[in-house]
Design a protein around this ligand. Structure first.
Ligand SMILES: C[S@@+](CC[C@H](N)C(=O)[O-])C[C@H]1O[C@@H](n2cnc3c(N)ncnc32)[C@H](O)[C@@H]1O
Length: 167
């Protein structure tokens, strides 16, 4: 499988998956986390993971490129998560899989929907989007995906979604 992971952080997920796939393109906005990721790959002699400093918004790849795209703890941090999900859909091959885990604070601290943007505007808080598991599911299906599997270990915990682009 050809895999993309966006918001890969320090590379743990990509490096765990590396032995089971052909190659992984792992991208992140932060050069600091990528430096740690590359050091880990070098130490573990893993050569089929490429770490690249680029955002999901900037990434340009042809349609139907990847078999799997992963995005963990990232959708709620994006300015426009709908555009990112639509891009994931475009760059996946037909039958490709989008695997994500997303913090959904909409069902526990919904008031953050009001104070979050104010705090972000005042540069006191990072951008954190507030959505419920249902709203997240709607965003993913709205892009054209069919949900294969959805799992949340408990209320307020991250929601794991395995979604498929129809073949
Ligand atoms: C909460 S961390 C999650 C890291 C890793 N995926 C994990 O689950 O441990 C979010 C990561 O997304 C990166 N990030 C934030 N905005 C991004 C963007 N627009 N494109 C790519 N990466 C981004 C951050 O630098 C950070 O490493």
């Amino acid at each position: 499988m050809d895999v993309l992971e966006f918001g890969c952080g320090t590379g743990t997920t990509a490096l765990i998956h590396a032995p089971y796939v052909k190659q992984i393109q792992a991208i992140d906005i932060s050069s600091k986390t990528l430096a740690i990721a590359q050091r880990k790959a070098d130490t573990e002699h893993i050569e089929n993971v490429t770490f690249q400093q680029i955002t999901i918004e900037q990434l340009e790849v042809p349609e139907n490129t990847f078999d799997v795209v992963m995005g963990h703890s990232i959708l709620h941090l994006l300015e426009n998560e709908d555009a990112a999900i639509a891009k994931v859909y475009r760059i996946l091959k037909p039958g490709g899989i989008f695997v994500s885990s997303t913090v959904c604070i909409g069902e526990t601290i919904a008031f953050f929907k009001i104070i979050g943007p104010i705090g972000h505007f005042l540069r006191l808080l990072p951008l954190i989007k507030v959505f419920t598991p249902q709203e997240l599911e709607e965003k993913i299906t709205h892009a054209g995906f069919a949900i294969d599997h959805q799992w949340q270990p408990g209320k307020g915990k991250s929601v794991f979604v395995v979604a498929k682009k129809p073949a």
